[in-house]
Write a protein that binds this ligand. Structure first.
Ligand SMILES: [Zn+2]
Length: 514
């Protein structure tokens, strides 16, 4: 089965910030998991390059919009490689293939008689590229996201007949699986209940956009163009491009993962556009929350913006991933706290998982000739085996429901239980009596086997750490056998060699300013 997952197509007005890194890491985790369970994944990311905001940013820099976009797109593309993001498609909305898809889509919507010429008047936020719902005192009102005044617009635009799709959109958003979490769904239910208004899909004062066929001076509204990037991405590498090819290539998307600020576009406008063009709507729109820092909104004026590049170079990929996945419940707002970050990484990854592996491997090497002991079965009820089986079951259940923080906690709990098992059984005391040799074999085998399963479960969450565990245990994962089958207890090979242990993760030092 094809599984299509998308990040938003990021605006190229600036380099990636922590919020974009967060969204992309979550998508990457889901994409990796889906590949492991055998889905044919298309993981789409990319950049949204058109619109007034980009046009102005380029002109402030004194460069052509295209060269500004080339530069920033390259930064995004490299950035995701630095973060080891396993994307399959990187779509640029200034590409010819994309323009072709937009035109074809527009023709379909036009032949559904959903396009007409009208006058668009209203207060517009250039940062959001969105008309605001008549805020009071609009001339002095500032967009809460961008802290900038709105601009008055009054121009002839082409409109899309969104109002025609009121009932169909209501039906879609009433489906509980379509918008998650439920708070986001309720926002949209309320918005749609007020009655959908047609929206303009062209602009006359924006030259940096895709020209609307048949209308000189009109370019497509950036959102009309950008949303279609998800469709054109599917065939972005092919020579011949068409909507039909994208549809056959895997459309509709299984998940659009987005920030809550762009929910309306994805959960209302986009499905209506797709229905109009005779296409299937996405299966799920998952809106995550905002990230704050030490309880405060991040902003240039506050001087508290956390640069993801610094986080990556200072702490590496795994610690940042673990914090963002495990400490934030997907859908809720999250807070980045320096002290908490250091504590979580040291407790969870260095102490609970890293030390467990390190000390057990050392004991095994010392007592069993640098090898994994025999899988000796003396105890009838293997408590650790039971813990592991339950953890695997729960983990899969959580992942299937995109409860990534809870899935991560299942792995951590298994590690905690494995440490307890080791401390309860005290093999370092038992080994002093020769009679105890078989029971020590059993204990050490069980702990190593549990560690193997922990490493396997970490594969989509922390791919680097997982592969380090793989090296320390000789092998935990092979591509030849389905991942789920490898999660079965007892597959660690008896008498296989154990390499000399090295720490899989370093402890972090707390510094006041990251
Ligand atoms: Zn705004």
């Amino acid at each position: 089965m094809t599984f299509v997952i998308t990040t938003p197509l990021y605006y190229v007005n600036d380099k990636p910030h922590l919020g974009s890194v967060y969204t992309t890491i979550i998508c990457d985790t889901i994409a990796r998991y889906k590949r492991l369970v055998g889905e044919d994944v298309i993981f789409i990311t990319g950049v949204d390059e058109h619109g007034l905001k980009i046009q102005r940013t380029a002109s402030e820099k004194g460069v052509k919009p295209q060269s500004h976009c080339d530069e920033i797109s390259e930064i995004f593309n490299n950035n995701w490689k630095n973060w080891d993001i396993s994307f399959d498609k990187f779509i640029r909305t200034s590409s010819n293939n994309h323009e072709f898809i937009v035109n074809e889509f527009y023709e379909r919507v036009k032949s559904s008689e959903d396009i007409y010429m009208g006058v668009q008047k209203g207060w517009y936020c250039v940062g959001c590229e969105e008309f605001k719902d008549n805020p009071e005192n609009s001339s002095t009102y500032k967009c809460p996201i961008h802290q900038k005044n709105l601009e008055w617009k009054n121009e002839e635009n082409l409109f899309f007949r969104l109002s025609k799709y009121q009932e169909q959109i209501e039906k879609i958003i009433n489906e509980p699986s379509f918008i998650e979490p439920v708070e986001r769904r309720n926002e949209i239910l309320n918005f749609v209940a007020k009655g959908l208004k047609d929206f303009s899909i062209s602009r006359t004062n924006v030259s940096w956009g895709i020209p609307v066929p048949g209308y000189d001076d009109h370019t497509f509204y950036v959102w009309f163009d950008a949303l279609l990037g998800y469709v054109s991405a599917i065939t972005s590498n092919s020579k011949d491009v068409s909507l039909k090819k994208s549809i056959n290539g895997g459309w509709p998307a299984d998940i659009h993962l987005i920030g809550k600020d762009i929910l309306r576009f994805h959960a209302v406008y986009w499905p209506a556009m797709l229905i109009s063009a005779g296409m299937k709507v996405p299966k799920k729109v998952l809106g995550h929350g905002f990230l704050t820092r030490e309880g405060q909104k991040m902003g240039k004026s506050l001087g508290n913006v956390l640069d993801p590049d610094i986080l990556l170079s200072k702490y590496g990929n795994d610690p940042v991933r673990w914090y963002l996945i495990k400490d934030i419940s997907l859908g809720n707002d999250g807070d980045f706290q320096d002290r908490r970050f250091v504590d979580i990484i040291n407790n969870d990854l260095a102490n609970t998982i890293g030390n467990l592996l390190n000390r057990t491997s050392s004991m095994s090497r010392k007592w069993f000739d640098n090898k994994v002991p025999n899988n000796t079965k003396i105890t009838i009820d293997n408590v650790l085996e039971n813990f592991a089986n339950i953890a695997v079951k729960n983990y899969i259940d959580k992942f299937e429901n995109y409860k990534l923080d809870q899935a991560a906690n299942e792995v951590l709990n298994l590690a905690i239980n494995t440490n307890l098992y080791l401390n309860d059984n005290q093999p370092w005391i038992l080994i002093k009596e020769e009679n105890n040799f078989p029971i020590v074999q059993e204990i050490i085998y069980n702990v190593l086997e549990s560690t193997r399963i922990i490493g396997l479960l970490l594969l989509p969450l922390l791919p680097n750490l997982s592969s380090k565990i793989n090296e320390q245990l000789g092998s935990i994962y092979t591509k030849e056998i389905p991942w789920e089958k490898q999660l079965k207890w007892g597959l660690l090979v008896s008498n296989s060699s154990l390499p000399k242990p090295t720490p899989i993760i370093n402890k972090l030092e707390y510094e006041k300013h990251i």
